[in-house]
Ligand binder design. Structure first.
Ligand SMILES: [Zn+2]
Length: 334
């Protein structure tokens, strides 16, 4: 999704993206970012193209008297020789206080310059420079973790997760999965973004409802992936009822810090690749094979463990042959 507007395979998803503003759905909203080009593909009022909300929801009064309700950003902002000029049209004269609100709206997009390029979508979680570890931590802890009474062992999982050497965008994504804050179709229905009758079947198997648990643990596709990777790591357990227990079973009673970190990275790579595969299917209609997912997990986990655990001498075929041996090459014990 890093370039161009995503090609969507069904109308409901097209509508979903067009909505731009999902009301309470900030966790989804904040993952998508609009990179402004000529502004012609972005709705000035309804898309979230600057800040965390659409201007329509932030400034409902101004929207209600706008004569450009349907206008694109590029139609409101015209591009003369020097800088972008914003031309607003209203259904009537503004009251004094509305003028002040308008000033505040203008401040919100101060500095925006349109250009000749088409507008682009960007999934922020793909880019760690945008979605920093720190801001993710603060947001998650602030908005969620304090509201719920987590059990001690669950808190322990969060803590371990936070210390994982995996890339921050992946850790942050896993957090959202643990908190059930990933925009699965079931979550979108719960938030009234998708209508229930749209039959939001799982993006991977297209057979069952797409809950977080189903998608990452119980889906046939996910199960097949887990099983192959369990065999690779020489461990087997039955799929447990939730992600927390799954994480704990996966790490087992492992005492060796390097092995533990490495297995944590592999677990995160699986969640990450399952989600990417599911998005690629839904947004780009790209088909996949279980073996491709497994291979991608191994490659990603190999790259991440090598670079982030500073393992100097392990080749990919060695990694495939014996990951534990490779992890033991890590030069220091955390
Ligand atoms: Zn499924």
């Amino acid at each position: 999704m890093s370039s161009g507007v995503p090609r969507l395979s069904s109308l409901s998803w097209k509508e979903l993206i067009k909505l731009g503003d999902f009301g309470e759905l900030n966790w989804f909203n904040s993952g998508l970012e609009r990179k402004m080009g000529n502004g012609l593909n972005s709705s000035f009022w309804s898309d979230t193209w600057r800040g965390e909300r659409s201007f329509r929801s932030k400034y409902p009064r101004l929207f209600s008297i706008s004569a450009q309700m349907e206008a694109s950003v590029g139609e409101v902002g015209v591009e003369p020789e020097l800088g972008t000029e914003w031309k607003f049209l209203w259904k009537r004269h503004l009251f004094m206080w509305e003028e002040e609100v308008l000033l505040s709206l203008k401040e919100d997009f101060e500095g925006v310059r349109l250009n000749n390029q088409p507008d682009k979508w960007k999934w922020k979680l793909e880019d760690s420079s945008v979605f920093s570890m720190n801001s993710a931590y603060k947001r998650l802890v602030g908005s969620v973790l304090n509201e719920v009474a987590w059990r001690e062992d669950e808190k322990g999982v969060f803590e371990m997760l936070w210390k994982s050497p995996a890339p921050s965008k992946v850790v942050a994504f896993a957090w959202r999965a643990f908190l059930n804050r990933v925009p699965t179709k079931e979550n979108l229905v719960l938030r009234n973004v998708l209508a229930p009758e749209e039959q939001p079947f799982c993006g991977l198997c297209n057979r069952m409802g797409e809950s977080t648990l189903h998608l990452f643990l119980h889906c046939d596709v996910a199960c097949a992936v887990w099983l192959k990777l369990m065999r690779w790591l020489d461990q087997i357990f039955n799929s447990p009822p939730n992600l927390f227990i799954h994480w704990e079973c996966w790490l087992g009673r492992e005492r060796d810090k390097n092995i533990k970190n490495g297995k944590g990275i592999i677990w995160l790579a699986i969640i990450w690749v399952l989600w990417k595969t599911r998005n690629d299917k839904i947004f780009n209609d790209n088909n996949f094979e279980v073996d491709d997912i497994v291979e991608e997990v191994k490659v990603l986990a190999w790259k991440w463990t090598m670079s982030r655990m500073h393992i100097p001498t392990c080749l990919y075929f060695e990694w495939c042959w014996n990951p534990q041996w490779c992890l033991n090459q890590a030069p220091f014990r955390r």
